[in-house]
Design a protein. Structure first.
Length: 287
């Protein structure tokens, strides 16, 4: 090849648009989950990205973020690990929005080693978040997840503000949670909800308890304690917008609750597929 042709080929290669390839997490195939982190730039103790697009492959469920800030103020966690921490958070958000793990992700092993983030306090801050599926969008103005403790257990703080869901009138507009994950490097974890606080209209939702997630609801266990203020007002606010069965379920739940001032309290249990509310078994089993 002549020198001129070589120069032309090199110039064409430089001008050709670069196509970003989708990534996935170690332990998950691309048939389960993929993500694209675009416009990355190094920052103090971390990195930023202009956009993140992630999807549960084959489900039409997507996550789009228009601003990503990943950091570890301690300086112990490398950028590649921060990106993986961010991707795990994206996978968790998609699965929660779907209501569970997708068929393509079942029996897949997603391993998060605590040694990757030990001694650090990695955090991911997102702005302009959209979770979408056909006919259903959930938007969050700002969201963050921070590992405030990494040894011996993983403790996370999660916050979201400016939350709006087109299908869920009971969705809080603000949410914060303090969680501890025990047994992170084992096959069976326990999640302790140290504190949960949410705001929906004039009602405040507070909770605490523990969850042992299994492969299905029937193999999972939970012990939760929840309080909601101004339940009657909340029912009135959603009566014209929520499905009748949702209003009916909340009305029945109010009747099963215990009153403490303006708050209604519930102790909720799950064991062997049986749900109990204030120690009363519900007349159905979960699959």
């Amino acid at each position: 090849m002549s020198l001129r042709l070589s120069l032309l080929a090199a110039t064409a290669a430089l001008l050709m648009p670069v196509m970003a390839s989708a990534s996935t997490l170690s332990g998950l195939p691309e048939s389960c989950f993929t993500y694209d982190l675009a416009g990355t730039k190094a920052a103090t103790h971390g990195l930023t990205a202009k956009t993140l697009h992630a999807t549960l492959t084959g489900t039409d469920i997507t996550l789009d973020i228009r601003g990503v800030n990943l950091s570890d103020l301690s300086g112990h966690v490398e950028s590649a690990t921060l990106e993986r921490f961010n991707a795990v958070a994206a996978y968790a958000a998609l699965s929660a929005f779907r209501g569970g793990i997708s068929a393509a992700c079942k029996d897949q092993s997603l391993t998060i080693n605590s040694s990757d983030i030990r001694s650090g306090t990695p955090q991911a801050a997102w702005t302009d978040v959209t979770l979408a599926r056909p006919g259903h969008n959930m938007t969050i103005r700002k969201a963050s997840i921070q590992a405030v403790q990494t040894t011996p257990d993983l403790r996370l703080k999660v916050e979201g503000t400016g939350i709006h869901d087109t299908k869920q009138p009971l969705m809080p507009t603000q949410l914060s949670a303090d969680l501890t994950v025990q047994g992170l490097d084992t096959a069976r974890q326990q999640i302790t909800i140290n504190a949960l606080h949410a705001v929906s209209g004039s009602s405040a939702i507070d909770g605490k308890g523990s969850i042992e997630p299994g492969a299905t609801a029937s193999t999972s266990a939970a012990d939760l304690h929840v309080s909601v203020t101004n339940v009657d007002t909340l029912i009135g606010q959603i009566r014209d917008t929520a499905l009748k069965k949702v209003v009916a379920a909340l009305t029945i739940a109010r009747l099963m609750g215990r009153q403490s001032g303006d708050a209604t309290l519930w102790d909720i249990g799950l064991s062997g597929g049986v749900v109990t509310v204030n120690r009363i078994p519900l007349p159905f089993s979960v699959p």
